[in-house]
Design a protein around this ligand. Sequence first.
Ligand code: ZN
Ligand code: ZN
Length: 410
Amino acid sequence: MDNLDRYLDKYAELIVKVGVNVQSGQHVFVTGAVDQATLVRLVAAKAYEAGAGNVHVEWADDSLSRLKYEKAADEVFSDFPAWETAKRQAFVDKGAAFVSIVSSSPDLLKGIDSARIGSFQRASGQGLREFRRAIQSDKVSWTVVAAAGQAWSQKVFPDDAPEAAVEKLWTAIFNSVRLHEEDPVAAWRAHNETLHGKGDILNGHRFRKLHYRAPGTDLTIELPERHLWVAAGSTTVTGIDFMANMPTEEVFTVPLRSGTNGYVSSTKPLSYGGNIIDRFKLTFENGRIVKVEAEEGQDILQQLVDMDEGSHYLGEVALVPHESPISQSGILFFNTLFDENASNHLAIGSGYAFNIEGGKTMSPEELEASGVNSSITHNDFMIGSAEMDIDGIKDDGTSVPVFRKGAWAI
Ligand code: ZN
Ligand code: ZN
């Protein structure tokens, strides 16, 4: 790409200004891979330009991660170091902004013993519990964005030469975050308003339940009384606006923990724990997953569902039209940040406190009493298709079409 440098510069600026909206004196915690050093350095530079205090970079490396899974002793995976927990907590305590740049291969850990992956996911989930809580209640500003890693690009564009695949993935990433617009910051403001408008309509309906129907899916999800539909931009408890995911196309709320019944089938592969889970079906009784069936990745999906008690329940219900811009690109990204924004989806695990009225300041016990699920994990999975119908059911039993054939009906 001739102008990759120029786009990376614009992208870094968007991440800093719209993603986490760095404030004067604020510390910034960046997680990125060594092969994305150019973007990571640009993000650091833009953050300092915006007046950041300390920009701390946490480097990741896919090759070293895989090497550890292949060679390290078993006990390494069940021990999440206390200093890792303390490091993040120190930044949370200072009100830092958290930027996470994802670029890993979707099946980085293919062939690794799923028990090792499960151990690490559980240990890190427990170690980062407080951090997750801070994020899920908007205590700090945070954003998840992507970068075109080599192996990931080749997974998405297997027929292209390595270099061409990377270029194509960068182009897809830049398009998805509206970088081609004259003024991307203004474009995001407009996009934010559109999505918030949908959220307002849904909040106005006060649905008691949602009923999903599609091939392989017949699912009813009850919503808590004080649920809130939320989209795109968030605001921290200290009043800083930020964009938690870029791209984002979803309008979402929290399900009532005990209120999901029926079955649902996946419509896109899910990359989880460095493995692909595909063509799977979950069956629910009173909120709890009672049956897990997957044609690919059954072991790893079972590990996810068995992580703790809360991972047997849902924590998010998100609406995305089948014809979202990302969906229209026709690209299967094998990465949840993108695929979830091309499809209706649900999440296994913890719910977001901000999806309940007054939730941001509730204690974990109060959230639980409101019907919000708690878990050490939160993983979106895709269920939308052009054949999906969703009805919203009100307290008096009346039914309102919310989705018809994968598109908004309200
Ligand atoms: Zn989501
Ligand atoms: Zn989610």
